[in-house]
Ligand binder design. Structure first.
Ligand SMILES: Nc1ncnc2c1ncn2[C@@H]1O[C@H](COP(=O)(O)OP(=O)(O)OP(=O)(O)O)[C@@H](O)[C@H]1O
Length: 269
């Protein structure tokens, strides 16, 4: 269920990487409770957008508010904000010499003073939430790709963050595991009262569980609407992306993206 108060507010956002403008003039609000899918061609700036939400990348113009406050540039305030963010990055980032349970316990051991039995109980609950209680003592190498991704998800949930950020959560998974992970994303969002932002190329696996889709291309936000509206769009840029056509408004070589012009060239324009 969504509530209309925004948990993420981006206004006039401009993000640069290596002196090039990746995204510009971006206005976007994400309401509490939403599952929002962020699509866009490779190199369009999806991960860069997530970096602005986590405070890894400061905007060169505009503002980023997350969890009711501007994202701090650094220091204690930024660390505090990050405790409210559950982040599942590309790949699992699981430590190979720790068991599934020890991986999930890691953020609790690092960021809380909770006694060991309480941590053990919380870890058990998080593994239960992703359907992997039985795998608590398994090492990452003993898990399938989908199971490892779910352990990483349990770890991202360890500190009960209200906002989950997923960067390509389905990379490398087979179609069945993709379905399992995406339905888990939706179920956890609803049962734990979260908000979820899912950056992905997997349009067809993600749309069924999303409340809203946004598309970035050409250095800007080109679409925001329901999955049904996205699929009904006749915008040539959206169609090219959805239908995977090699020819169209999105250049095959993304280094020629209008959004990736040099910052100084854009300022001069
Ligand atoms: N650390 C960096 N330094 C310089 N340029 C970067 C850096 N990270 C990303 N870029 C550039 O910024 C642009 C956006 O990259 P980003 O990774 O955000 O795109 P993406 O949409 O997430 O791509 P993909 O779908 O392939 O993961 C690309 O042109 C990329 O080459």
């Amino acid at each position: 269920m969504t509530d209309s108060t925004a948990i993420i507010r981006l206004r006039g956002l401009r993000l640069e990487r290596g002196g090039r403008v990746v995204l510009r003039d971006l206005d976007l609000e994400i309401a509490r409770g939403e599952v929002v899918a962020v699509f866009g061609p490779s190199g369009s700036g999806k991960s860069t957008l997530l970096s602005a939400l986590t405070g890894e990348l400061a905007p060169s113009a505009g503002s980023v508010e997350v969890l009711d406050r501007p994202v701090p540039a650094a220091g204690r305030a930024l660390l505090d904000l990050r405790k409210g963010l559950g982040v599942l990055l590309q790949g699992n980032g699981l430590l190979t010499d720790l068991t599934a349970a020890e991986n999930v316990a890691l953020p609790l051991r690092t960021h809380t003073d909770l006694p060991a039995p309480v941590i053990a109980r919380l870890v058990d609950m998080k593994l239960h939430a992703v359907g992997l209680r039985a795998a608590a003592d398994a090492f990452p190498r003993e898990l399938s790709g989908g199971m490892a991704r779910r352990v990483a998800l349990a770890r991202a949930l360890a500190l009960d963050p209200p906002l989950m950020l997923y960067d390509e959560p389905l990379t490398g998974l087979d179609p069945i595991a993709c379905g399992v992970v995406m339905s888990l994303v939706r179920r956890l969002n609803d049962t734990l009262g979260l908000t979820s932002v899912v950056v992905t190329h997997h349009v067809h696996e993600t749309l069924p569980v999303a409340d809203r889709a946004v598309v970035i291309a050409d250095g800007r936000l080109v679409f925001s609407g329901t999955p049904a509206e996205l699929q009904a769009s006749s915008d040539p840029l959206i169609r090219q992306f959805l239908d995977g056509q090699p020819d169209g408004p999105i250049p095959f070589d993304n280094s020629t993206f209008a959004g990736a012009v040099s910052a100084s060239a854009q300022d001069a324009a």
